[in-house]
Design a protein around this ligand. Structure first.
Ligand code: JFZ
Length: 433
């Protein structure tokens, strides 16, 4: 008997690792990955009926409201100022190349006209408009890629196996053996999203609700990923599980931290060779919160974007739209200023890879072919030594192409400036060999 169990276990492990080895991204997928890695800036949108409470997207959990009470928000969700065209234009003008919208967050409310539930924007709100559809159409029209956030957690359905979060949600009984039903529901919704809206990427979140070690649980992700890739092979898959990527994933997500850093506490994981993406907020939270008014400055955000590029990653910068359908004025100001900066300096960011020198106190570096961009944020001296293994042929300011004096040594070059470099990002371009 014991032998049989061991054998079965071995078989399970072997099949699992076989499945792992079996994901070979299609050519179109690899092309989409490259395009994604080149795009550098995306806009994250946390928008749902939770926005009406103006207390963030975790409000159902935090408030300990009964589900029946929370649901009433749907009947009051009427974002009459929502204008997909104006939103997408603002994102495009900001220099973003894609957006990622919460199609369904942990509260389980679907922001599109799903056939698999009535708890959705068309069936349950007086607004009755499919915002996923409208944004997908506008993105296509204005040339932005369209990504969707999809939560694996659902605090509203009773077939979702209760995890770490949402335990306070009352008037809801989690049924034993609900998983099979819930899994089918998710796969139906995902297939629906990809087919109806031609989604370019899916951004999953929630695996951390059931820790593998504490509550052994099989999310059956590989089958889910395979299903997605079978419908649209070039649809990129990312998962905010805070671990090194699983088989079937096409990019790696970091929450509130640059790859390799762990200031926020979600990112001890190794950095993979997949395209990388860091998601970050402009203020504190993700979903609209009425008193979340302390925003990072445009200068900070520009430097953060450049630093993300310096790590070879993308920045997915968040906005929490208001319940009336408007984007908060503070976020619009920052989008505008980032756009102005990117129109001048975008060449040093888009389609670059991580620079030769890792992030320093003074700034970061990015590279494109034989061009190495030195981004100086904060230098106290008129000299800057760069340890490089390549040869520098020319050095000049990116802004006005004025030659920058440099002295070559055996471990790189020392740049010499007439005055101490200042500004948001003082860029020196080096032509290297
Ligand atoms: C997750 C979401 O819960 C959050 O609402 C937002 O969408 C963000 C982008 O992603 O954030 C997390 C993920 C994991 C934990 C907490 C927040 N965790 O493990 O405690």
């Amino acid at each position: 008997m014991k032998k049989l169990i061991t054998l079965t276990l071995l078989l399970v492990v072997a099949t699992a690792s076989l499945a792992q080895q079996q994901y070979t991204p299609s050519e179109g997928n690899l092309k989409a990955r490259q395009e994604f890695a080149d795009s550098k800036l995306g806009i994250f949108l946390h928008w749902g009926i939770y926005s009406t409470f103006a207390q963030g997207e975790w409000y159902l959990h935090k408030s300990k409201l009964s589900h029946a009470e929370y649901k009433k928000a749907a009947d009051g969700f009427y974002p009459h100022r929502f204008d997909a065209k104006a939103w997408v234009k603002a994102f495009k003008d900001a220099g973003a190349k894609y957006i990622c919208l919460t199609s369904r967050h942990h509260d389980g409310f679907s922001m599109w006209n799903t056939a698999y539930s009535d708890y959705d924007i068309v069936d349950a709100t007086p607004f009755k408009r499919d915002v996923v559809k409208e944004l997908a159409k506008e993105c296509k029209h204005q040339g932005l890629k369209f990504h969707l956030y999809y939560s694996h957690i659902d605090w509203s359905r009773d077939d979702y196996p209760v995890g770490k979060a949402g335990r306070y949600v009352t008037e809801k009984e989690h049924i034993e053996g609900g998983w099979a039903n819930y899994y089918k529901f998710m796969n139906n919704q995902l297939a629906e999203l990809i087919t109806k809206y031609d989604v370019d990427a899916l951004w999953f979140d929630g695996v951390w609700d059931h820790r593998e070690d504490a509550t052994p649980f099989n999310w059956q992700l590989e089958e889910q990923y395979a299903m997605i890739h079978s419908i649209k092979p070039e649809c990129l898959i990312g998962n905010n599980h805070h671990l090194t990527p699983f088989a079937g994933e096409d990019f790696q997500i970091f929450e509130r931290d640059l790859p390799g850093e762990n200031k926020a506490g979600y990112s001890g994981q190794d950095v993979s060779r997949l395209p990388l993406e860091t998601c970050q907020t402009m203020n504190k939270g993700w979903g609209y919160e009425v008193d979340d008014i302390v925003y990072k400055s445009s200068e900070y955000l520009i430097r953060y974007l450049v630093s993300t590029s310096g790590k070879g990653a993308n920045l997915l910068l968040n906005i929490g739209p208001q319940p009336n359908g408007e984007l908060p004025a503070e976020s619009l100001v920052r989008l505008k200023e980032m756009g102005e900066w990117l129109r001048k300096y975008g060449d040093t960011v888009y389609a670059t890879t991580a620079g030769d020198i890792k992030a320093q106190e003074w700034g970061v570096t990015t590279r494109k072919g034989n061009r190495l961009f030195v981004h100086i944020f904060d230098l106290k001296a008129k000299e800057l030594h760069l340890s490089l293994s390549c040869k520098v042929e020319r050095a000049f300011t990116f802004d006005d192409k004025k030659a920058v004096e440099f002295v070559a040594g055996n471990d790189g070059v020392t740049l010499k400036f007439d005055t101490v470099p200042s500004g948001t990002d003082y860029i020196v371009e080096l032509i290297t060999k």
